[in-house]
Design a protein around this ligand. Structure first.
Ligand SMILES: N[C@@H](CCC(=O)N[C@@H](CS)C(=O)NCC(=O)O)C(=O)O
Length: 211
């Protein structure tokens, strides 16, 4: 998902006055560091896109707006809820941007994505997030993992990330692990297939999976 660029002041006003919180990136084409923040927002939009709207605005093309919000450098992000600037992040601070997006996106309706992921990763003592399910893995990596787990006598549950794009993208950020399968013991990430294979080769698999 790419972040749309604001074309007019009218469009900007409509966006920031929306019910949904709007994340506005004040940017400039020439500033390399803006690209970094833009990429981070694009990742966040994948799983928060239903809670927040993300836009960028070329700060120098809209001097009145930039002056009003005291934009002194790009990138700067301002969060608007119903026309009011509720928060901001100056500069390239992806961790802070991520935390604020999660906070503002999560508080819209009930359980936040973070709470949901925490609950899901703790659903069983041994939890596997995979493509497909234990009876029908839909990726070679997930299938190999299931074969290894089935060879142990340990009970486990699976979650099919192909059925839930929010979890698929969200868990990558939540656990800082970019691929599936992902194996959790008591809510803690153990790793993917390579880690499980390594634990098995070292005869440490059962101990690690019991937690
Ligand atoms: N070396 C990885 C292999 C897993 C992997 O590369 N998975 C890819 C392809 S199935 C993946 O999940 N990509 C991200 C995605 O599809 O969302 C491991 O140890 O688990």
């Amino acid at each position: 998902m790419s972040i749309a660029s604001v074309k007019s002041e009218d469009e900007y006003n409509t966006l920031i006055n929306a019910e949904k919180t709007t994340v506005v990136l004040f940017t400039a084409d020439w500033a390399e560091q803006c690209k970094h923040v833009q990429d981070a927002l694009e990742e966040l939009a994948k799983f928060l896109g239903n809670k927040l709207q993300f836009v960028s605005i070329a700060a120098e093309n809209f001097p009145e707006i930039s002056m009003k919000h005291q934009i002194e450098a790009v990138p700067t992000i301002i969060f608007f809820t119903k026309g009011t600037a509720v928060d901001r992040v100056d500069g390239v601070n992806v961790a802070e941007i991520t935390a604020k997006c999660k906070k503002l996106g999560g508080s819209v309706a009930g359980e936040s994505l973070e709470e949901r992921l925490k609950a899901l990763t703790n659903k069983a003592d041994l939890m596997v997030f995979m493509k497909g399910d234990r009876n029908a893995p839909r990726c070679g990596f997930s299938r190999q993992l299931i074969e290894i787990l089935n060879a142990t006598s340990l009970p486990y549950e699976t979650f099919d990330i192909l059925n839930d794009e929010e979890v698929r993208q969200g868990l990558k950020t939540y656990s800082d692990w970019p691929t599936y399968p992902q194996v959790y013991v008591k809510g803690e990430l153990i790793g993917g297939l390579d880690i499980i294979k390594e634990l098995k080769a070292n005869n440490e698999l059962e101990i690690a999976l019991k937690g």
